[in-house]
Every structure is written in structure tokens, then in C-alpha cells.
Write a protein that binds this ligand. Structure first.
Ligand code: HXC
Length: 284
């Protein structure tokens, strides 16, 4: 079944704005990652989806390719973001088969609910390794391609580049701290810090580096598997200033904005997409 466009993209964007561009995404088979990929592919790009499971990654690639006739979506499974060499091979293969890498999303994440008393040092480290080191590895493996993409600068305005963009998927927990998520809060704080440094080091090459921090998003693994037992489903919307949980399309639209010409001067920032939830109660 083809996913209807209204589920992953608003009507704000023009078809073809990402034509001849290539997206490289870790965690692209997940609920948020696949909506981000659908949106970018729908608007003209080809994509490489990177994941640990070969089966899940290839199936997601096949499914996402249906959003646009002629779209090339490559699923590269068997890649763990904790392993730099396997990510580097995936980036090289993606660039070789699809002609380069213009946009990167570091979306792979690991999570489980646990009080600090239930966390071993290794459990804490497992999430730091996936979220923080995984984002570092993704940036490092793809940066040569992003620099190349930014240097092509096909935009008629020389002050704007239309390629060479990287986004990490962050969270809002670390703004206040979050019970049962000490490991994830620490990992995402480090991700935000890393992206700031990336923007400073690579801004002069025309590359932009930003984070998107989603709030509670309906239908995602994070909220369904991990958080549902912590939240009173009947009153959940009352706690969000915007009056509703987010949907994956909210995150996909934010991604399109940051990758589009409209986002070319947005660099080194965190785009919080949460209906102001974290200001009320830390994000959940
Ligand atoms: C305490 C736990 C635990 C739990 C695992 N560990 N689950 N400790 N409570 N529920 C401990 C293990 O005992 C071990 O420590 C260490 O963590 C590593 O576990 P492994 O299973 O060996 O690691 P690994 O196979 O690498 O798996 C990593 C993982 C796993 C993070 C534990 O859940 C995973 O791969 N997740 C990927 C998918 C995922 O989580 N997606 C959700 C993203 S959503 P010891 O000491 O025994 O060696 C998201 C947003 C959520 O990020 C926002 C809403 C809450």
C-alpha cells in the first residue's frame, strides 16, 4: 500500500526542489526517518537508507521508492553506526551508485526506559555509542561528500548553497533532565554540542549542520514502545501547549525546510518541533 502524501508532507513545498540530489540517512527505516526520506524523495531526491537489519532496510527502501516514479532508493543493511568503517563503506557505495551525497540525516538512535539505579555503565554507554558516537561517525564518513556538494553551489545566488546539509535527530529531554532517560538525555546533549562544532568547522565550506528535536510524535517507536506506559493516554494532549501530539509529517516538513533554499542561512541551531511541550513538562 502506498502511503498517502498527506501523511508525510504538507502542501508547502514545490515538487522537484531536490531533483538530482541524494540523501544519506541512518535510521531511515524507522517511523520518523522513513517520513523524512519519503518527503525528500517525493520532492525529487534519490536516497540511501542505512540500517542494522538487512531485511528491514531493504524493505523500507523499496516501499519509500514508490512515492515518486523513477526514484532510486537504495537500502544498505548490515551497517551499525557504532562502526565507522562500515558507515564509510556505505557512504562510498551510496556516492558511487547515486552520484554523490548532498543531504545527511543522522537519525539512528537507541533507547530503553530505565531508572539510573537500573543502568549499568555498559547500558549507559550503549546509548552514548549509538546516539553520540553514531552521529559523529555519520558526520565524519559523509563530510567529504557534503563539502563536494556545497562546492557545486548550483544556486544562482552565490551566498546560498543548496547542498552540503546535515541534520541530526535530537530530543528535548536534556533541557530539563528526564527521569528514566538519563542515558538518552546525556547522549542527545552531546549530539547538540557536536552539531554546533560541526557548523563552526564546516560552515566556511558551505556546509550547514543543525539538529531537529522532536517532541512526542504519534505512532513512533519511541512513544509507542517506550513511553506509552508512562503517559496517561486520555489526558495526553492537555499537556501540550499546541493541544496535540506531533505527527511524523511535522518532522519531515522541518527537514525539508532545513534542506531547502529557504534554510540556507540556518546553521548551528536546534529546531525544536514539539508544540512547546518541553516548556511545560520537559517534553513528555
Ligand atoms: C536496563 C538495559 C536495558 C533496559 C538493555 N540494557 N536494555 N539496561 N534496562 N531496558 C543494557 C544491557 O543489559 C547491556 O548492559 C547494555 O544495555 C547493552 O545492551 P545490548 O542488548 O547488549 O546492546 P545492543 O544489542 O547494542 O542494543 C542497544 C539497545 C537496544 C539500545 C539496548 O535497545 C537497541 O539496539 N535499540 C535500537 C532501536 C531503538 O531503541 N530505537 C528507539 C529509538 S526511539 P550490560 O551491563 O548487561 O552489559 C528514541 C526516542 C525515544 O530514541 C523518545 C521517547 C522515550
Amino acid at each position: 500500500m502506498t502511503v498517502p502524501k498527506s501523511e508525510y508532507l504538507s502542501n508547502a513545498w514545490a515538487d522537484g526542489i531536490f531533483a538530482n540530489r541524494v540523501l544519506f540517512i541512518t535510521g531511515g527505516a524507522g517511523s520518523i526517518g522513513s517520513a523524512q526520506t519519503r518527503a525528500i524523495v517525493h520532492l525529487g531526491a534519490d536516497a540511501c537508507i542505512i540500517g542494522r537489519s538487512v531485511e528491514k532496510t531493504e524493505a523500507a527502501a523499496k516501499e519509500i521508492a514508490k512515492v515518486r516514479s523513477g526514484a532510486r532508493v537504495l537500502g544498505i543493511g548490515g551497517v551499525d553506526v557504532r562502526n565507522f568503517e562500515s558507515l564509510k563503506s556505505a557512504a562510498d557505495r551510496c556516492a558511487k551508485e547515486l552520484g554523490g551525497i548532498d543531504y545527511v540525516i543522522a537519525g539512528a538512535a537507541g533507547n530503553f526506559i530505565s531508572p539510573i539505579s537500573g543502568l549499568s555503565a555498559n547500558a549507559f554507554k550503549a546509548v552514548i555509542d549509538i546516539d553520540t558516537i553514531g552521529t559523529f561517525n555519520t558526520v565524519k564518513a559523509t563530510m567529504p561528500y557534503l563539502i563536494e556538494s556545497a562546492a557545486k553551489n548550483p544556486n544562482p545566488n552565490p551566498s546560498q548553497t543548496t547542498g552540503g546539509r546535515v541534520i541530526s535527530t535530537s530530543a528535548t529531554f536534556h533541557y530539563t533532565g528526564m527521569p528514566l532517560q538519563a542515558h538518552v538525555s546525556a547522549a542527545k546533549a552531546a549530539v547538540d554540542s557536536l552539531m554546533g562544532s560541526v557548523s563552526l568547522e564546516y560552515g566556511p565550506y558551505g556546509v550547514t549542520a543543525n539538529s531537529i528535536a522532536p517532541g512526542p510524535i504519534e505512532g513512533t517507536e519511541g512513544m509507542e514502545r517506550l513511553a506509552s506506559s508512562q503517559i496517561d493516554q486520555r489526558s495526553r494532549n492537555k499537556h501540550i501547549p499546541s493541544g496535540r501530539w506531533g505527527v511524523v509529517r511535522d518532522i519531515a516538513d522541518a527537514t525539508v525546510y532545513l534542506f531547502s533554499d529557504a534554510g540556507s542561512y540556518v546553521n548551528g541551531t536546534i529546531l525544536v518541533v514539539d508544540g512547546a511541550a518541553w516548556r511545560r513538562q520537559g517534553g513528555l
